[in-house]
Design a protein around this ligand. Structure first.
Ligand code: GLV
Length: 307
């Protein structure tokens, strides 16, 4: 008998269980980090760092990240390289993410945070602005980064992108060894790269020093890609004009973090976008069918590349 397992914190677990039971009522579903029938579990849907021991599931055929990132799976030493890993790629998730990124860029550029402060003291103050001065760099042109770049471009902003492999786009892009050239062109950096061995700690002083202009940082990817001490230092030194961070080295962000009180740092609680289980469950079931049919999988994560 085939069983599926959902291993996730309360949220998003509840929504996924509801959707799964609605869409696939015929498949027995276990919830938690183990199953009473581990040998029957053929697919695990997982979110977050759960300390799940994958090696206990002898007949596991598929591991599914319930989100866009799969770092929580590929960094887990109990995962066998032989079991395929897939992740959710969802236009609705991209829609939400792009809306967050556009909000973050414009709130910063159009002085929204200043107006919130000025309103508190009933002060009437106008700011000068010119959207044409923005040069927004999207670091990482995967599904989410590309969607945001295209939408910012359609809105009339100057956008450029960087990705490991070259991309065909209607806006300028850089790839491979051209990271420094990309960084020298921008004054807003939006990070949408996955967490890998290569990107861990990437958003630090070494990279910030490559900016030619003071730059605003938006990180919606993973907290371990940023070095928070370096972000604070770079803001102090005027290398960064501020930051909007949705992800943190430790989540939830500890209450004694200096980031909380910094007036140039906007904080959101890993909330830029999330996966929508109705779509997610369909993707899981389709890939599970493909595993059994021996067909190529959709949105498969390459173990060594880590995304
Ligand atoms: C959210 O962080 C995701 O990876 O979906």
């Amino acid at each position: 008998m085939v069983r599926f397992l959902i291993a996730a914190p309360k949220e998003p677990q509840a929504k996924w269980i509801r959707s799964f039971r609605q869409i696939a009522p015929h498949i027995p579903l276990d919830v938690g980090y183990t199953s009473p029938y581990p040998d029957h579990v053929q697919c695990i849907m997982v979110w977050g760092k759960q300390g799940i021991d994958y090696s206990k599931f002898k007949n596991l055929k598929l591991i599914y990240s319930m989100g866009a990132g799969a770092d929580h799976i590929v960094w887990d030493p109990s995962v066998s390289k032989k079991i395929p890993i897939c992740r959710i790629v969802d236009p609705q998730m991209a829609f939400s993410m792009s809306n967050y990124i556009i909000t973050a860029v414009l709130n910063y550029h159009r002085h929204w945070y200043d107006f919130i402060e000025l309103k508190k003291v009933k002060q009437w103050k106008q700011y000068d602005y010119d959207e044409r001065e923005l040069r927004i760099g999207i670091l990482g042109l995967g599904h989410l980064g590309m969607d945001a770049a295209k939408k910012l471009n359609i809105l009339g902003h100057q956008v450029m992108g960087y990705s490991l492999s070259p991309k065909k786009t209607s806006f300028p892009t850089y790839s491979g060894h051209q990271l420094d050239a990309f960084l020298s062109q921008i004054n807003v950096l939006v990070c949408t790269v996955p967490l890998t061995n290569k990107t861990k700690g990437l958003l630090g002083m070494e990279l910030f020093k490559k900016f030619e202009e003071p730059t605003y940082l938006i990180n919606v990817a993973r907290g371990k890609i940023q070095k928070e001490k370096d972000i604070l230092k770079a803001i102090d030194q005027g290398i960064l004009t501020g930051a909007c961070l949705d992800v943190f080295e430790t989540e939830p962000l500890p209450s004694d973090s200096r980031l909380w009180n910094h007036h140039k740092i906007m904080i959101t609680p890993h909330n830029a976008s999330f996966s929508f289980p109705q779509e997610g469950v369909h993707q899981v079931l389709e890939n599970f069918r493909r595993v059994h049919a021996g067909e190529p999988l959709l949105h498969q994560v390459h173990f060594n590349r880590m995304y």
